[in-house]
Design a protein around this ligand. Structure first.
Ligand SMILES: *Cc1c(COP(=O)(O)O)cnc(C)c1O
Length: 424
């Protein structure tokens, strides 16, 4: 459970496949009695004696006190994700945005700069530009597939590099090994938003991600029924240095300093806790993650191949297409499964709207990672508040439709796209 992880319990379960860990969590610590499925829908937890609760709060004894701090469902979810990412500990939060904000605010303070790819989830872009700027924290945006640009952006105020495994909606794939080498040279950590690949497709730690963040609302949940987020520490970056002087009070936690600081100073104080019921739904979704990611990827590749040869489609972007400029990096990082997200462009905005309005089983929804195939016109929805220049920078245009390819029967998905394209 999470406090065990936070306090350094051996988590080496390397002999088990992720498919087994997704279902059973920490097999070595398994308690062989009690319910197999539960929701601890309780605000607080009683302890037998006054001494017991003191010991729990002082972390001398494992237990729970108040669900804003920790709860059995959160702990179970944290443990599974941490094992899958092969980290040293994890923190579950109320949303992916909570994970991004808390994960970064633990490192950044007034006067700091950080580097971020500008091919970015819209919520993270808004957080960096509209919210962090109010606290004197400055994002420096770069093209995350141009390593020289990243290297040149580092100065003595730079505290971290933030990138997404697969940029959305540009669908570019930064080279994590190269970026990690640059970060190491600069003495700063790489924070990776791994939402689109999940631990099933991408073992980010092996490629140099120091901190891994997920919106669990997407593929981890898998059914579009709960919002949540998670932060995992790979344990590869040492914050015990002058540049990160506000980590000094957490030095006593050794390699767990980042997790302890993030959990106590930021997460608990801001109250970004995950609800027990959502933690339960996310753990449930996690049980089939590996199966689903393979199917999402196979379906998306087949649909991308179909769209890229259709005469009414002007452009198709998917990192698994051999003619994608990101194919080589994607192949090196993900193997043969490239995720479920793709975009395609029609002749005009009108045609894109017509496409959406002619759908049958496709859903017109702005989220992603659902078992159902979702389509959305990003320019008029997710990015509606942005001017054309910003949209261009973020990789969005009026002709584009984004598809989160689901796990329905592949030929049914392709048939629906074919029928609509032939109609419009
Ligand atoms: C959805 C998403 C987020 C934000 O997650 P929420 O759970 O919606 O708060 C962050 N990053 C990426 C890549 C996402 O797709």
């Amino acid at each position: 459970m999470s406090f065990y992880i936070l306090w350094g319990e051996d988590q080496n379960l390397a002999e088990y496949h992720p498919k087994t860990i997704e279902i059973h969590g920490n097999i070595k610590n398994r308690i062989k009695s009690g319910p197999t499925s539960f929701v601890a829908q309780s605000t607080a937890f009683e302890h037998e004696t006054a001494e017991d609760i003191e010991n729990v709060l002082r972390q001398r004894k494992f237990g729970f006190t108040y669900s804003r701090i920790a709860n059995p469902n959160m702990a179970q979810f944290e443990e599974k994700i941490n094992l899958l990412e092969e980290g040293i500990g994890a923190i579950a939060l109320s949303s992916g945005m909570a994970a991004v904000s808390v994960g970064l605010l633990s490192i950044l303070k007034q006067g700091d700069e950080f580097i971020s790819g500008y091919s970015l989830f819209s919520g993270s872009y808004a957080l960096f530009t509209d919210t962090f700027s109010r606290f004197g924290i400055r994002p420096v945006f770069v093209n995350s597939t141009n390593e020289k640009e990243i290297e040149n952006a580092i100065n003595n105020k730079t505290k971290l590099i933030f990138i997404e495994t697969i940029g959305n909606p540009r669908l570019d794939v930064p080279n994590l090994k190269k970026i990690s080498a640059i970060a190491k040279k600069g003495g700063i950590p790489v924070i990776l938003d791994n939402t689109l690949a999940t631990p099933s497709l991408f073992k980010a730690k092996n490629f140099g991600a120091d901190i891994i963040i997920h919106s669990a609302s997407k593929y981890i949940n898998g059914s579009g029924n709960a919002i949540g987020g998670v932060i995992v520490d790979s344990g590869t970056f040492d914050f015990n240095k002058d540049k990160y002087d506000d980590f000094a009070p957490y030095k006593k936690y050794g390699s767990l300093a980042y997790l302890a600081k993030t959990r106590r100073q930021i997460h608990t104080n801001l109250g970004t806790c995950l609800s027990p019921h959502n933690a339960f739904l996310l753990s449930l979704g996690l049980e089939t993650l590996d199966l689903r990611m393979k199917q999402h990827s196979q379906n998306a590749l087949a649909l991308a191949e179909f769209l890229s040869t259709h005469k009414k489609v002007k452009k198709t972007s998917y990192p698994g297409l051999k003619n994608s400029e990101f194919y080589e990096t994607a192949k090196e990082q993900f193997g043969n499964n490239f995720g479920g997200l793709l975009t395609f462009e029609l002749e005009s905005k009108e045609k894109a709207f017509e496409f959406i309005n002619n759908r049958t089983f496709l859903r017109n929804l702005p989220n992603l990672g659902d078992a159902k195939t979702l389509i959305v016109h990003p320019a008029s929805t997710i990015y509606v508040d942005y001017d054309d220049e910003t949209k261009e920078k973020l990789g969005v245009n009026d002709r584009m439709i984004r598809v989160s390819v689901g796990i329905e029967y592949k030929d049914d998905i392709i048939r629906e796209f074919d029928e609509i394209l032939n109609k419009i």
